[in-house]
Design a protein around this ligand. Structure first.
Ligand code: BES
Ligand code: ZN
Ligand code: ZN
Length: 478
C-alpha cells in the first residue's frame, strides 16, 4: 500500500472513497447525520460507517486532542477499507502533528502476515492519499509534511519488519536463520555484521549463553550489527534477547504457556528493526545492535537446574530454573557488548518475565535501571511515539532475593513476587560499574506480542520498542 501526500485540496483529489473522522460534537451538525443515525452510527471511538452511495467512510473519534485516538482510529478505518473493492482512499490533514499518527495508523493498521496461508487475500486498496489541506480549509507547509511522511514511513515499515520476523515459526526463524537475516540486512543497509557461532562463543567464554542453547538441534548465534556514520554525536549499544523458541528447558513450561513462545525472540528482532530504521534515516548516531539468538530446548545434553555456569564477565550463576534462560543469554551478550563497544548508553530489550505482565498489564513495556532521569525520558519517548511504558522501581531488599548460597548469583528469586524487577537486578550483575547509570532494561514480555487486536496491532508481533527508541534517539542525541 502506498501512502501519498498531494498538494491539492481534498475536493480536487480523485479517489474511490473519502475517509472522514467525526467526533460526537461534530456529528451533531454533520451533513449526513440522518443517514448515519439510521445506520446506527453514534461517532463512538473507532465506530465505522460507510455511505457507499456518497463514497464516504466515516470513523468516530472521541477527541481531536489526542494522537493516540487518531492512530488507532485510522488503523480501524484502514482495515475496514481494505475489505472493500476500492483501490484509492483520500483523507484530509488534521494538523501536522496528527499527520504522523495517521500515517502510522495506515502502515501499522494495514499490516497482514499471510506467509503461512495457502490462499492469501491481498487487499484491493493500493493508494491512501492525504491532502495538504486541513479540515478547516487551512493549508500546511508541504515540505514539513513531506519530511514527516518519509520519516514516519521508515519507522513504521521497520516496525512491520520486526513483526514479520517475530511472526515466523521457530523452525523457520532458527538462530542460524536470524543470523542469515541479519547478514542480509547488513548488505542492504550498509551495516557491518559479525556473527559468532558455537566455536566463536566458546572462544569468548560465553558459557551462560552456550548452556541455554546446548539442548537444541539449532545451535546458538551471536549477532553484532553496526551502523557507523562519519561524525557520530553519540554511540549507542542495543542488546536483544533472541530466544527463537523457549520451551522452558528441563523446567518445562506447561502446554498452554509454551504456545506463543516463538515470540521470545522479539527483543532481538526489535534491535534489528531499530538499526534498520536508524540507517535508513541516516541519523548521526553510531549504533551497535547485539542479538543473542538461542533456542531453549530439552535433550540429554540440555543444561539443568543445579548447574553452575560461568558467564563471560567471570561471575558464576546458580541455575535453579532453566526457564529463566533469557537473563543467562543477556548476561553474556551484555558482557560481550560492553567489552567490544565503549558506548554512551546501553539499552536491552527482552521478553523477559511473565511477572512484567502481572505488574503492568499486557500492553505496557517495563522500564528498569538505576538512572531516574533516563527512565523518565524513556517513558516520555514511549508516550510521544504511541507505546506504553511503565517504570518498575529497584530497591536494595529485592536485590537480596537473588543471592545464591552456592554461586555469585542465582538465576531466580527466592520469593514469588516482583519477578520483573528481580530479573532486571540479575542483569545488573553483568553491567560494568561505569555503565550503571547509562543502562536501561526494557521488559517487553507483554507489549511485544498479542493474540487479540488492540490499538494499531493485529494478531502476532507488535514491533514493540521500535517507535519509542527512534523517538528517544531523535530527541536525546541531537
Ligand atoms: N520468555 C519467558 C517470559 C515470558 C512469559 C514472555 C510469557 C512472554 C510471555 C521467560 O524466559 C520465562 O520463562 N520467565 C519465567 C521466569 C521464572 C522461571 C523466574 C517466567 O516469567 O515465568
Ligand atoms: Zn523462559
Ligand atoms: Zn524466555
Amino acid at each position: 500500500m502506498n501512502v501519498k501526500l498531494v498538494n491539492q485540496p481534498l475536493s480536487l483529489i480523485s479517489a474511490d472513497l473519502t475517509l472522514e473522522f467525526v467526533t460526537p460534537k461534530q456529528f451533531e451538525t454533520h451533513p449526513h447525520r440522518a443517514l448515519l443515525t439510521q445506520a446506527g452510527f453514534k461517532a463512538e471511538q473507532e465506530q465505522l460507517c460507510a455511505l457507499h452511495e456518497h463514497r464516504i467512510l466515516v470513523c468516530g473519534i472521541d477527541t481531536i486532542e489526542s494522537d493516540e485516538f487518531y492512530r488507532s482510529a485510522m488503523a480501524s478505518a484502514i482495515k475496514t477499507a481494505m475489505n472493500y473493492a476500492y483501490t484509492t482512499l483520500k483523507c484530509a490533514q488534521y494538523t501536522p502533528e496528527r499527520f504522523r499518527a495517521l500515517i502510522e495508523g495506515v502502515v501499522l493498521g494495514s499490516y497482514k502476515f499471510e506467509r503461512y496461508k495457502s490462499e492469501p487475500k491481498p487487499s484491493k486498496l493500493i493508494d491512501v492519499i492525504f491532502s495538504h489541506e486541513n479540515y478547516d480549509g487551512s493549508v500546511n507547509d508541504l515540505d514539513a509534511l513531506e519530511a514527516i511522511l518519509s520519516q514516519t514511513l521508515v519507522i513504521a515499515k521497520a516496525t512491520n519488519y520486526v513483526r514479520n520476523l517475530v511472526n515466523q515459526t521457530p523452525d523457520d526463524m532458527t538462530p542460524q536463520q536470524m543470523a542469515i537475516t541479519a547478514d542480509a540486512l547488513a548488505k542492504s543497509n550498509n551495516l557491518e555484521c559479525t556473527i559468532l557461532d558455537v566455536n566463536g562463543l566458546e572462544a569468548e567464554k560465553m558459557f551462560a549463553m552456550l548452556s541455554v542453547g546446548r539442548g537444541s538441534a539449532h545451535p546458538p548465534r551471536l549477532i553484532h550489527l553496526a551502523y557507523k556514520p562519519k561524525n557520530p554525536r553519540k554511540v549507542i549499544t542495543l542488546v536483544g534477547k533472541g530466544l527463537t523458541y523457549d520451551s522452558g528447558g528441563l523446567s518445562l513450561k506447561g502446554a498452554a504457556s509454551m504456545v506463543t513462545m516463538k515470540m521470545d525472540k522479539a527483543g532481538g528482532c526489535a534491535v534489528m528493526g531499530i538499526i534498520k530504521a536508524i540507517s535508513e534515516l541516516n541519523l548521526d548516531i553510531e549504533v551497535h545492535a547485539f542479538v543473542g539468538a538461542v533456542e531453549n530446548m530439552i535433550s540429554g545434553n540440555a543444561y539443568k537446574p543445579d548447574d553452575v555456569l560461568r558467564a563471560k564477565n567471570g561471575k558464576t550463576i546458580e541455575v535453579r530454573n532453566t526457564d529463566a534462560e533469557g537473563r543467562l543469554v543477556l548476561a553474556d551478550v551484555l558482557g560481550y557488548a560492553q567489552e567490544n563497544v565503549k558506548a554512551d548508553y546501553i539499552f536491552d530489550y527482552a521478553t523477559l518475565t511473565g511477572a512484567c505482565m502481572v505488574a503492568l498489564g499486557p500492553y505496557t513495556t517495563g522500564v528498569m535501571g538505576h538512572n531516574d532521569a533516563l527512565k523518565e525520558a524513556w517513558v516520555e519517548a514511549g508516550a510521544a511515539s504511541g507505546e506504553y511504558c511503565g517504570i518498575l522501581p529497584f530497591n536494595r531488599h529485592l536485590k537480596k532475593l537473588i543471592k545464591s548460597d552456592l554461586a555469585d548469583v542465582c538465576n531466580v528469586s527466592s520469593k514469588p513476587y516482583g519477578g520483573a524487577i528481580t530479573a532486571a537486578l540479575f542483569l545488573d550483575n553483568f553491567i560494568d560499574e561505569d555503565m550503571k547509570e547509562k543502562w536501561v532494561h526494557f521488559d517487553i514480555a507483554g507489549s511485544a506480542y498479542t493474540e487479540s487486536a488492540w490499538d494499531v496491532h493485529t494478531y502476532g508481533g507488535t514491533g514493540a520498542g521500535v517507535r519509542m527508541t527512534l523517538n528517544w534517539l531523535m530527541e536525546n542525541c541531537k
